[in-house]
Design a protein around this ligand. Structure first.
Ligand code: SAH
Length: 325
């Protein structure tokens, strides 16, 4: 294909945001007909939008086989972040996570991942992407990477690599692979517990790759890439919120050069009523211990609380509704 045709196609897709080849009016009609036949648009469809009072929008995106995932649009001052999914469900089975409560159905293809971005992009100029929706990106590494590279491509949407954050629960082989890509994506690691006994209880993935192995991979990653790693720590009342946990966490995190911590209060999930959100005082105590030990720490707030805030909840509700029809 001649390059100018390729450029025209990319322009139609990622500047005009077309979702039908007939909208690509810069292309000759017979050429559009050929495209329709040879490269049909993905059948991704917007099934539902849940809007929160804080402006967060949760979109339910359906695919050809009837499966669906969530993607969330989060406005903030000077930012418009989209949280995208990489799998339908999740195999990792973290105790506090709605996405993992029913196992994995399948991984998404790169075009199904990009389709979420395209649908989000129609609702506003996305400035940041976080791969923190349903699924484990390192368990669907190749398709996730294809999608993110496309979104990052200069002739595509051209979203800067530093504006794209991958989040993993600690699938260790993914770290070296990502480091070898030589792309400056941001990396977050879901830690949630400072020792193996507690982490294995909350996150079954820890039995396969315990904390020592995980932190070693993190340290290698920061050394190889000179990039920061952000540890995510979801605080659950009475489970991982003690002063002793905070002190142990500080010591673990300091084993990784260039690491910081995000503290997030748990979003309640329906399948674990016993897991409760910590109070503000506990969050501040936890923050204080980490800061005093020299760990760079941020307090995060969960958004979209009034609309099935925790990951995967909208999809679960919809699937239940469908089943009961
Ligand atoms: N599988 C990846 C990305 C998806 S989860 C990962 O584990 O990192 C994105 C983030 O949301 C993770 O840090 C996850 O632990 C967190 N999370 C999941 N359920 C949560 C809940 N109920 N409350 C707060 N954070 C939660």
């Amino acid at each position: 294909m001649r390059t100018f045709r390729a450029d025209q196609i990319l322009h139609s897709l990622y500047r005009d945001w077309i979702d039908d080849w007939d909208m690509a009016t810069t292309l000759p009609k017979d050429f559009r007909e050929r495209l329709k036949e040879e490269i049909p648009f993905t059948s991704a469809k917007l099934l539902d939008v849940a809007r929160s009072d804080d402006g967060t929008e949760k979109l339910l995106v359906g695919f050809a086989d009837g499966e669906a995932v969530e993607t969330v649009l989060i406005p903030a001052t000077g930012r418009f972040t989209q949280c995208i999914s990489t799998q339908v469900g999740c195999a990792m089975g973290c105790a506090f996570c709605a996405s993992g409560s029913q196992g994995v159905v399948r991984s998404l293809s790169a075009d199904e991942i990009v389709a979420q971005y395209m649908l989000g992009r129609k609702r506003g100029e996305i400035t940041n992407i976080v791969v923190m929706g349903m699924g484990e990106p390192f368990a669907n590494y190749d398709e996730t990477m294809r999608a993110l590279k496309l979104i990052n491509a200069g002739k595509g949407p051209n979203l800067g690599a530093r504006h794209i954050t991958l989040s993993t629960c600690g699938v260790v082989p993914g770290f070296a692979k990502l480091a070898a890509e030589g792309i400056q994506f941001e990396l977050s690691v879901s830690l949630h517990a400072p020792n193996d006994a507690l982490r294995s209880e909350l996150m079954p993935v820890n039995r396969r790759w315990p904390i020592d192995e995980l932190l070693h991979a993190c340290a290698e990653y920061t050394k190889a890439t000179k990039r920061i790693i952000t540890f995510e720590y979801t605080v659950i009342r009475g489970v991982n919120d003690s002063r002793a946990c905070a002190e142990e966490l500080a010591a673990q995190v300091r084993r990784v050069p260039m690491a910081k911590v995000n503290l997030i209060p748990l979003s309640p999930v329906s399948h674990r009523q016993d897991f409760k959100t910590p109070d503000e005082k506990t969050m501040l105590m936890f923050l204080d211990v980490l800061m005093k030990k020299g760990v760079q720490t941020m307090l995060r707030r969960s958004r979209g609380k009034d609309k099935d805030a925790a990951c995967g909840q909208l999809r679960i509700r919809r699937m239940k509704e469908r089943r009961s029809i």
